[in-house]
Design a binder for this molecule. Structure first.
Ligand SMILES: *[C@@H]1O[C@H](CO)[C@@H](O)[C@H](O)[C@H]1NC(C)=O
Ligand SMILES: *[C@@H]1O[C@H](CO)[C@@H](O)[C@H](O)[C@H]1NC(C)=O
Ligand SMILES: *[C@@H]1O[C@H](CO)[C@@H](O)[C@H](O)[C@H]1NC(C)=O
Ligand SMILES: *[C@@H]1O[C@H](CO)[C@@H](O)[C@H](O)[C@H]1NC(C)=O
Ligand SMILES: *[C@@H]1O[C@H](CO)[C@@H](O)[C@H](O)[C@H]1NC(C)=O
Ligand SMILES: *[C@@H]1O[C@H](CO)[C@@H](O)[C@H](O)[C@H]1NC(C)=O
Ligand SMILES: *[C@@H]1O[C@H](CO)[C@@H](O)[C@H](O)[C@H]1NC(C)=O
Ligand SMILES: *[C@@H]1O[C@H](CO)[C@@H](O)[C@H](O)[C@H]1NC(C)=O
Ligand SMILES: *[C@@H]1O[C@H](CO)[C@@H](O)[C@H](O)[C@H]1NC(C)=O
Length: 857
């Protein structure tokens, strides 16, 4: 009998286990749970006897992060092991075989010896895993929740090893910023530089009624130790202060509170005037001061635990204190004093520059990169102690490679935070795989040598280096309503890495990535190794096929910040200059002959950047203006490095596709296909990048590629060389975003176009690639024929699918490639493209390529 019962129950367990496996493999995964899927471990039932059987969460208030921790643990055990644990909120007698989670106070109140628990800092936790007895003690409530997530992360990765340790955050401020507008004129709140759909917070000018996604976002953020979020855009609007919106913000804060995530707010500096009806917004005016005091009191009535304010002032059209000849610190302190009685802080952005006066032609020494230190350096010591200056990692704006902002080394008596961007504004907008962990590491680890002493950026912002109580991290995330959050499954590694690095900047970017991969895609070794390899190569690959040697990313900075447009950098007042001319390139930022920027660093670093010989190659053109023929430390000339890097980087991007394809069947179909589509797109767009940038500098410098690749594409047939009817030539601007500077477009937007040619290549099997342009103003259709056999048909619908800032022009943003693999084409076979325009999109085509399998072009 007993044997039969055991058999029956293990049979049942096996069934449920098989069911788990089955669900795990086929269940459509839409990304909503991110890395918190709690996917079943293989043979999960094997572990049941090693696991606790009860959860004791030492708080029964539903809004308490401890309560949340209890639920989360229950879900985790259920998902990972198929084991249902009971939750109680108190202990009776001496509990055995339980996970206990609570604050240090609650723990001591149980009569436990708090002496077991080493010193904890705010938000820190102590985790003790001893067989079936697990204790998670937080310095505060959210610390305990962080500990629970840490424990679950181990379990989900199959790690049940006993351990006891303390984990304290490196810095107190670990915020995310969303750049969500309340309204964009349409029906949704738009997200500035957001590529995952409309806002989860706002709609039609108000906070949304349904905030389900906000709670889910809070959960993801809590699991990586993020403790506050600013939901409304730094380019703020006073409408956020309306009664209805304050009521709405209260609801947002209520959704986030169970996760220990506090809400902060972006403020519009001129609100007292434009919203309050005063005739001024002068920060020293008594009425203005009173107005902000009253408004702050009102906000705290709605949200008693509001984290603080975020302010962008006197930058890119935003009003600020300088309108009244007041200093930026006077502006920041206005808010600091209003919020101080409530315990809040002010994050004041250092991204202040004047884009109206910079003139590159007139002034060799003009330099936007100087602005932050110019504005803020002399204000050190003038800020109240609850002000934190929020500084972008580099002096310009989230470029693929920048030196560390020297402002970090210039504020000794002011708290500072680093601003990182999870949303890939200049870095492929989540349509290119670019794992940013390694980039952030180069910044955080950088030793600024203030006073010739070790001064890592991470130690400055944590407050350790200059003995500041405040400081930390602000990450611009910009999730949207898409179930993938960011528009791309793989891009979520950046959000995960952000939180993990803000907690512990010494953690390795590769190890973090591997944790993320196991949690997101499972423990299969091949899956983990492949995604790790691709991701770890991706930033340098992107740098290689975009902007090299510190010249900045070379995206179209006047439009979209997405596709390549090197010419857009110069001859405008935005100051992202390259100063490229026919024989030389780069910004002379030296003290002796240039803009003086290098002198903003402490002496050791300044000396290094001052000289060409001691400047690392990858920042050469950031600091120096040199001939294209200048030889790098690698021995290559600057121009040849450009050519080579672009070929190597785009070749690397081609390899992401087969690497991903090798995981077919090991990842659920939904995420597999979604990701594959993007990687194929990236492979094609990396070639657009390569050819645009190489073509641009080939033309400008007049120097040929030593390896004879640039402007010499042996597998290509230009569309303009084909026999056209209903199609006509179109001179593309910027010229280098089209092969041979020319594309074809239909003659009208209501009639089809046909382009025909015969294959000049010898008979064989080819990958047939078509480079075309998909604009945001129509859904053209294309058909491709070999003889009269239809090889394929496609639509210009990427603006609905990819999520990057689309273009209404024929340019490097709209340029893309589709490939039909393994097509048999004999010499002289007729190849035909039929284009059907739609709206204002004239079915544009750039060229076709007949590629021997394995060749990119
Ligand atoms: C329980 O949680 C609530 C909400 O977070 C909190 O106000 C309260 O102090 C907690 N109680 C204990 C005993 O920690
Ligand atoms: C704020 O929003 C209102 C309503 O949408 C709009 O009229 C106003 O121009 C906006 N102000 C700013 C500074 O963006
Ligand atoms: C600010 O100062 C400048 C020069 O000192 C002066 O011309 C201007 O009128 C002042 N502006 C205000 C608003 O006080
Ligand atoms: C998410 O975005 C992708 C494109 O990025 C799109 O294909 C998909 O339909 C979107 N899904 C949702 C639920 O919005
Ligand atoms: C810079 O100054 C030159 C010479 O006066 C002028 O031609 C050019 O338009 C100015 N450029 C900008 C961006 O203002
Ligand atoms: C020094 O600056 C001038 C512009 O003022 C520039 O033309 C020249 O190339 C620079 N010299 C060197 C050696 O970089
Ligand atoms: C990037 O280019 C450099 C220089 O050509 C090369 O050494 C490196 O391997 C390339 N890396 C990637 C990932 O493309
Ligand atoms: C390049 O484009 C020009 C027109 O812009 C055209 O006359 C020429 O034939 C094209 N070259 C090739 C190889 O198609
Ligand atoms: C052609 O373009 C015009 C002007 O944008 C537009 O009004 C019209 O609807 C378009 N026609 C077609 C057939 O798409």
């Amino acid at each position: 009998m007993a044997g039969a019962a055991v058999f029956a129950s293990s049979f049942k367990m096996m069934l449920s286990f098989l069911l788990f496996i089955f669900l795990g493999l086929v269940a459509a995964e839409d990304g909503l749970d991110g890395w918190l899927r709690y996917a079943a471990l293989p043979q999960a039932n094997r572990y049941h006897h090693l696991l606790p059987s009860d959860i004791i969460a030492l708080n029964s208030t539903k809004s308490s992060p401890i309560y949340t921790a209890g639920i989360e643990l229950q879900d985790g055990f259920n998902g990972i092991f198929g084991k249902k644990l009971r939750i109680s909120h108190e202990t009776r007698g001496k509990p055995r075989s339980s996970v206990l989670v609570g604050t240090l106070d609650a723990y001591s109140n149980l009569g436990r010896d708090a002496g077991d628990v080493p010193e904890l800092e705010a938000d820190g936790f102590w985790l003790s895993i001893k067989g079936r007895n697990v204790q998670i003690v937080g310095q505060n409530e959210r610390g305990a929740l962080y500990g629970a997530f840490e424990y679950l992360s181990r379990l989900a990765q199959g790690d049940l090893k006993p351990t006891t340790f303390v984990s304290n955050p490196d810095a107190p401020i670990r915020w995310v910023n969303q750049w969500d507008n309340l309204q964009d004129g349409g029906t949704h709140g738009s997200v500035e530089r957001g590529y995952g759909g409309p806002s989860i917070f706002f709609k039609d000018g108000f906070v949304k009624d349904d905030l389900t996604r906000v709670g889910q976002y809070g959960r993801l953020l809590a699991s990586i130790g993020v403790n506050a979020i600013v939901a409304n855009n730094v380019n703020a609007n006073f409408t956020v202060l309306s009664d209805r919106n304050l009521e709405g913000l209260k609801r947002i804060a209520d959704e986030l509170r169970p996760y220990g995530v506090q809400l902060g707010m972006s403020l519009y500096f001129a609100s007292p005037q434009e919203f309050g009806g005063l005739d001024t917004f002068d920060p020293l005016d008594e009425q203005v001061i009173q107005w902000w005091d009253d408004m702050t009191d009102k906000i705290y009535e709605h949200i008693p635990d509001m984290a603080g304010y975020l302010v962008k002032a006197n930058s890119e059209g935003q009003p600020g204190p300088m309108t009244y000849n007041r200093t930026l610190s006077e502006g920041a302190n206005l808010f600091a004093r209003a919020i101080k009685p409530h315990g809040g802080i002010v994050m004041f952005r250092a991204f202040v520059y004047d884009h109206t006066t910079l003139n590159q032609t007139l002034d060799w020494k003009a330099d936007r990169a100087n602005a932050a230190v110019d504005y803020f350096g002399e204000l050190d010591g003038e800020f109240d102690d609850n002000v934190v200056v929020q500084i972008k990692y580099g002096p310009i704006d989230f470029q693929v490679r920048e030196p560390v902002s020297p402002l970090f080394a210039n504020l000794h008596k002011t708290s500072s935070a680093i601003e990182l961007q999870i949303t890939q504004e200049y870095l492929g907008q989540q349509c290119h795989l670019v794992y940013l962990g390694p980039l952030w590491k180069t910044i955080l680890d950088f030793d600024l040598r203030v006073d010739d002493k070790p001064s890592a950026v991470s130690d400055i912002i944590s407050g350790k280096r200059f003995d500041r109580k405040l400081g930390g991290y602000a990450g611009v995330v910009n999730v949207g309503t898409n179930t993938t959050w960011l528009g791309s499954h793989l891009a979520m590694s950046n959000l995960y890495a952000y939180g993990r690095m803000a907690w512990n900047p010494r953690a390795g970017s590769k190890e973090i990535l591997q944790d993320w991969t196991r949690l997101t895609f499972g423990l299969d070794r091949r899956v983990v190794d492949t995604i790790t390899k691709m991701s770890m190569e991706s930033w340098r690959a992107y740098e290689n096929y975009s902007g090299n040697l510190g010249i900045q990313t070379l995206t179209d900075i006047l439009y979209g910040h997405y596709g390549p447009n090197p010419g857009s950098q110069d001859h405008n007042p935005w100051g992202q200059w390259t100063r490229a001319d026919s024989d030389s390139i780069g910004m002379d930022r030296t003290v002796w002959n240039g803009t003086g920027f290098s002198g903003q660093y402490p002496p050791e670093i300044a000396a290094q950047y001052e000289k060409v010989e001691t400047t690392p190659d990858d920042l050469l053109l950031w600091f120096h203006h040199v001939p294209y023929t200048h030889r790098l430390k690698s021995g290559k000339t600057v121009i040849q490095h450009f050519y080579d890097a672009h070929y190597e980087g785009s070749a690397k991007a081609q390899t992401f596709v087969p690497q991903w394809e090798s995981l077919r069947g090991k990842i659920d179909k939904e995420r597999y296909e979604h990701t594959l589509h993007r990687l194929v797109y990236q492979a094609g767009h990396s070639l657009v990048w390569r050819d645009t940038v190489n073509g641009f500098y080939r033309k400008m410098s007049g120097i040929a590629d030593a390896k004879k690749r640039v402007w010499n594409h042996k597998y290509r047939i230009e569309a303009e060389s084909m026999k056209l009817s209903g199609y006509e030539l179109y001179a593309v601007d910027p010229h280098s975003t089209a092969s041979n500077a020319t594309a074809i477009v239909t003659c009208s937007n209501s009639t089809m176009g046909i382009a025909e040619t015969t294959s000049p290549f010898r008979s064989g099997t080819y990958d047939l690639a078509v480079n075309y342009y998909d604009l945001a103003i129509g859904r053209s259709q294309w058909e491709l024929f070999v003889n009269n056999r239809r090889i394929g048909t496609w639509e210009g619908d990427s603006e609905y699918v990819l999520g990057h800032a689309p273009s209404i022009y024929i340019d490097g943003i709209s340029a893309m490639r589709i490939t039909f693999p393994r097509v048999k084409v004999r010499k002289n076979d007729k190849i035909k493209i039929v284009g059907k325009p739609d709206g204002d999109e004239p079915a544009p085509v750039d060229y076709i390529s007949l590629l021997p399998p394995g060749k990119a072009d």
